[in-house]
Design a protein around this ligand. Structure first.
Ligand SMILES: Cc1ncc(COP(=O)(O)O)c(C=O)c1O
Length: 458
């Protein structure tokens, strides 16, 4: 049980005076682009799924550093592992001085990552965007092709290449020119498939769209890889149906195209498996390359790229790596995180949370006219808000109102989706049943209060 127990707001309003003071200093010292007003939260300490702000307010965090804190804030075992490493050395440049933590972590990931191939190799980077860029470098090196297929709704990061791969253009305003050779297919977003199609027909529709892009905007023989999030995160917590993945995998194999799974957000136990690609592998359609990050280091920056030896050894020396990649402190944090997640069955915890959420969210969907869809896998669950269930017109104003209402009650929520009309669940997986129950209570109260504020009748 978390030392902090349940959320509690002790100031008249959030933010309290100490947080207001720091926010003022932030606004003076830091670029405005990083100083949004949605979350006036300044942390003093975190514990499990709860954070305490400078004024003593305790929030139940359903954002978890946007999927970074699957094992929670300040895990004592990870703290000890990092402390122990820092007594020895902080850094080596891995190409020059080898440290065992890097090698050990790669060995563990080679066993764990459900990519195709018997023998695998892994290397490390620092962020999700870097992992995606590196996965693409590997695919280009192996196939000797240059084109990439990505998807509508995709989010892959904020470097030049990953901004180009990301669908939402508000992440890239004024930042071009971007690399050539990137083509976008429609992500299989079943809730928003053309009206009147049965599930199988909708999947076929999305496969036809993908083939059209590959055959008409480029040529299959020029495509190095298809880059896909098994469950879209930023795009609205949308799982790709397995029948779609099967057809996609078939098409890739027919044309020598690699399939890359971006597990930056959905990896590390979030979906009820260690990696969401395990669902693909169980269906016989494992990806060729996996890129992961976020919860892998429990908050210390580290990301990983894994593929078969054959694919990895096609990379020309000098084209991958970097100063901090696989840093010793980060490697120890990741090793300990992996040990904890495996030992304490974090995938099982995600499945348990998912069951509770789907049941409770399902009841809310029946009750409230603003909830269009509830979907997800494991504890990666999204709720999509609409103005009307028939037209499915997105309702981002409702989501914004709900976020602010919940925040004042001690629950941190974040939006997702191209229209910003989805609320995502990314709470630390160490959340207790009692905390989850309390969170669901605040969540439903926030729906009701927002409906009242917006004059929506039930
Ligand atoms: C699926 C996915 N890929 C890539 C990224 C980029 O990761 P980072 O912000 O660590 O560069 C994110 C971040 O949210 C993500 O969700």
């Amino acid at each position: 049980m978390s030392e902090y127990g349940l959320p509690q707001i002790v100031t008249e309003k959030v933010p309290g005076p100490k947080s207001r003071e720091l926010l003022k200093r932030r606004d003076e010292a830091i670029p405005g682009a990083l100083c949004g007003n949605t979350y006036p939260i300044c942390i003093k300490r975190g514990d499990g799924a709860i954070l305490e702000d400078l004024d003593g307010n305790r929030f139940l965090d359903w954002i978890g550093g946007v999927g970074v804190l699957n094992i929670g804030y300040s895990n004592q075992e990870v703290i000890e592992a990092v402390k122990e490493q820092s007594d020895k050395y902080f850094h080596t440049f891995f190409n020059v001085v080898v440290h065992e933590g890097y090698v050990k972590l790669a060995e563990k990931f080679n066993k764990l990552m459900p990519v195709r191939g018997e023998d695998k190799k892994t290397y490390f980077a620092n962020s999700g965007a870097e992992a995606d860029e590196n996965a693409i470098k590997v695919a280009k090196a192996y196939t000797k092709r240059s084109h990439i297929i990505c998807f509508s709704g995709a989010f892959h990061g904020r470097t030049n290449l990953t901004m180009a791969l990301t669908a939402k253009k508000s992440y890239a305003i004024g930042m071009g020119p971007f690399p050539e050779g990137i083509y976008r297919a429609d992500y299989p977003y079943m809730y928003r498939a053309p009206k009147g199609l049965e599930e199988g027909e909708a999947i076929q529709y999305y496969i036809d769209r993908l083939k059209k892009v590959i055959n008409e905007e480029t040529r299959p023989e020029d495509v190095a890889a298809v880059l896909m999030e098994p469950v879209q995160g930023e795009g609205g917590f949308i799982p790709a149906p397995i029948e779609y993945v099967k057809a996609l995998r078939r098409f890739c194999d027919e044309h020598g195209i690699l399939l890359i799974a971006d597990e930056v957000q959905c990896g590390n136990c979030r979906t009820g498996k260690y990696f969401a690609s395990e669902y693909w592998a169980e269906a016989g359609v494992a990806p060729d390359i996996i890129a992961t990050a976020k919860s892998m280091g429990a908050g210390i920056p580290i990301s990983a790229i894994t593929a078969s030896k054959e694919i990895m050894d096609a990379v020309i020396p000098g084209t991958i790596g970097g100063t901090y990649c696989g840093n010793p402190l980060a490697a120890q944090a990741a090793l300990k995180t992996l040990e904890i997640m495996t030992r304490d069955d974090y995938a099982g915890k995600a499945a348990h949370i998912g069951e509770i959420l789907m049941k409770e969210y399902g009841k809310m969907k029946e009750k409230y006219p603003v909830i269009g869809d509830v979907r997800g896998i494991g504890a990666m669950i999204g709720m999509e808000f609409v103005k009307d269930k028939e037209s499915k017109e997105p309702y981002p104003e409702f989501v914004n109102g709900m976020i602010q209402t919940a925040l004042q009650k001690g629950l941190l929520l974040e939006n997702a989706g191209s229209a910003g009309n989805v609320i995502r669940f990314l709470a630390p997986l160490c959340i207790t049943d009692e905390q989850l129950e309390m969170g669901l209570k605040i969540y439903e109260e926030s729906i009701l209060e927002t409906m009242k504020k917006l004059n929506i009748k039930n």
